[in-house]
Design a binder for this molecule. Structure first.
Ligand SMILES: NC(=O)c1ccc[n+]([C@@H]2O[C@H](COP(=O)([O-])OP(=O)(O)OC[C@H]3O[C@@H](n4cnc5c(N)ncnc54)[C@H](OP(=O)(O)O)[C@@H]3O)[C@@H](O)[C@H]2O)c1
Length: 160
């Protein structure tokens, strides 16, 4: 599969990129370091062409609601617009365990992102929701954390 991994150079993203590449997937990484500023939304058409799925593990360094909302809304709109135009079938966004109902600070941006995805990509959006703080576990042996454990659709919002 061709996987577009937004934020693929980050703390989480580099492990996602490594896991996808190890499974033989074609990976396109989107980040400023790889020449794509998702707040500007440019150059996405080429990246999305022929893609099977987008995995969004971007983030912004803030604890405040306003910049978090601005970042996640802008990036999510840019990605979902480009995905719709290219006919990409799936979008996975990494959430945070326990985030539901905490519409404040950094979390407010992540909840804003979810609202946009539910409207803009109905039926195509899955969130990886069992994720707590990963800094201590990101180097866990491959197989300790599996995507199958994490994924849930918006129609099944209860965490497993
Ligand atoms: N880390 C955790 O413990 C943890 C736990 C639960 C959930 N999560 C979630 O996982 C996701 C990733 O978190 P993280 O800790 O891996 O973040 P991170 O280390 O700060 O990485 C953020 C990624 O986003 C990219 N990025 C930032 N601004 C961008 C822009 N304008 N255009 C394109 N790419 C941009 C960065 O690359 P450039 O700087 O090159 O642009 C980088 O690849 C977030 O949604 C976070 O809420 C993280």
């Amino acid at each position: 599969m061709k996987l577009v991994i937004a934020g693929g150079t980050g703390t989480v993203g580099r492990h996602v990129v490594a896991a996808a590449a190890a499974r033989g997937h074609q990976v396109v990484t989107l980040s400023r370091r790889s020449g794509h500023d998702l707040t500007a939304g440019t150059g996405l058409r080429e990246a999305m062409t022929g893609a099977d799925a987008v995995i969004d593990v971007t983030s912004v360094l803030t604890l405040a609601a306003k910049p978090s909302i601005r970042f996640f809304e802008t990036v999510t709109r840019a990605l979902s617009d480009a995905e719709r135009q290219a006919g990409v079938g799936h979008h996975v966004a990494l959430s945070i365990v326990g985030i539901d109902g905490v519409d404040a600070g950094y979390y407010a941006g992540k909840l804003a992102r979810r609202r946009i995805l539910e409207l803009s990509l109905p039926g195509r959006y899955w969130r990886a929701a069992r994720s707590g703080v990963l800094r201590g576990t990101a180097d866990a042996p491959r197989g300790t954390i599996t995507f199958d454990d994490w994924l849930e659709s918006p129609d099944h919002t209860r965490q497993r």
